[in-house]
Ligand binder design. Sequence first.
Ligand SMILES: Nc1ncnc2c1ncn2[C@@H]1O[C@H](COP(=O)(O)OP(=O)(O)OP(=O)(O)O)[C@@H](O)[C@H]1O
Ligand SMILES: [Mg+2]
Length: 283
Amino acid sequence: MVTGRAGYQSDGMRVIHRSGFPMTDEIIIETRGLTKEFNGFVAVGGVDLQVRRGHIHALIGPNGAGKTTFFNLLTKFLVPTRGKIFFEGIDITSASPAELARRGIVRSFQMSAVFPHMTVLDNVRVGLQRTLGTSFHFWKPVSSLRILDSNAMELLESVDLASFAQRVAVELPYGRKRALEIATTLAMDPQLMLLDEPTQGMSHEDVGRITALIRKVAQNRTVLMVEHNMSVVSTIADRITVLQRGQVIADGSYADVSKDPLVMEAYMGSADSEFASTHSSTH
Ligand SMILES: Nc1ncnc2c1ncn2[C@@H]1O[C@H](COP(=O)(O)OP(=O)(O)OP(=O)(O)O)[C@@H](O)[C@H]1O
Ligand SMILES: [Mg+2]
């Protein structure tokens, strides 16, 4: 059986990369009973969620469902009221944001990691340099700078930005800015990339490009993304968790969750009511 994502074959519980690199069915990140209350209001209420290594996992749900709050809990922007977060089986509930980055959990923010007045190439170089940390110094031979440059160009090529290398970041078209933002995140070589609405506000063409890019970067890493665009979700997500009023109401493949009566009801009359009309589309 072939899963929704090109390049992977699912054989029961095991997912095998077509290049021969075996992907395990291991859980990379897991929450247990994760809860966030704001003055008694339960924004996230006892969420149990498991993300498999190598998956593109989409978190969806109507407005106000608690998706961003859940992301903020994972990335330590918010402290949970209750519950636990495990990364590779280790309890990271009280870990610092720096520790998360060290473990390879990186969240991509809208342009936050991008220096607007630097060139595209320099932005990626800075990202790479930061990752190299103290191993990169000015007294190192010029050859190490060249390595940095070639790595930076390689990264830009991978996100289809090589031809924009010398452009100033702020001048890039919107969709390309989001690609640069993903490139600066990739410079940190994350194991788990968290993307909050990566296609938000994009033209149809840019949505297609970013979707292809996410699929590409997910070939050797895990992606957890909040996404409203159901055609994006149906195209690239290996697994989907649906939140409503802070609770998980469905979890599974797109085919399964899109015909779940609770999910259809949750989306009824909401801005995402296209859910019902897109679920029969390709894949
Ligand atoms: N800091 C806060 N203080 C009080 N209430 C909050 C706070 N942050 C979020 N909420 C509430 O928690 C609920 C969940 O919000 P959240 O932003 O997580 O939803 P969401 O699923 O990301 O929605 P959207 O699809 O609109 O982005 C909402 O009712 C929101 O008003
Ligand atoms: Mg949100």
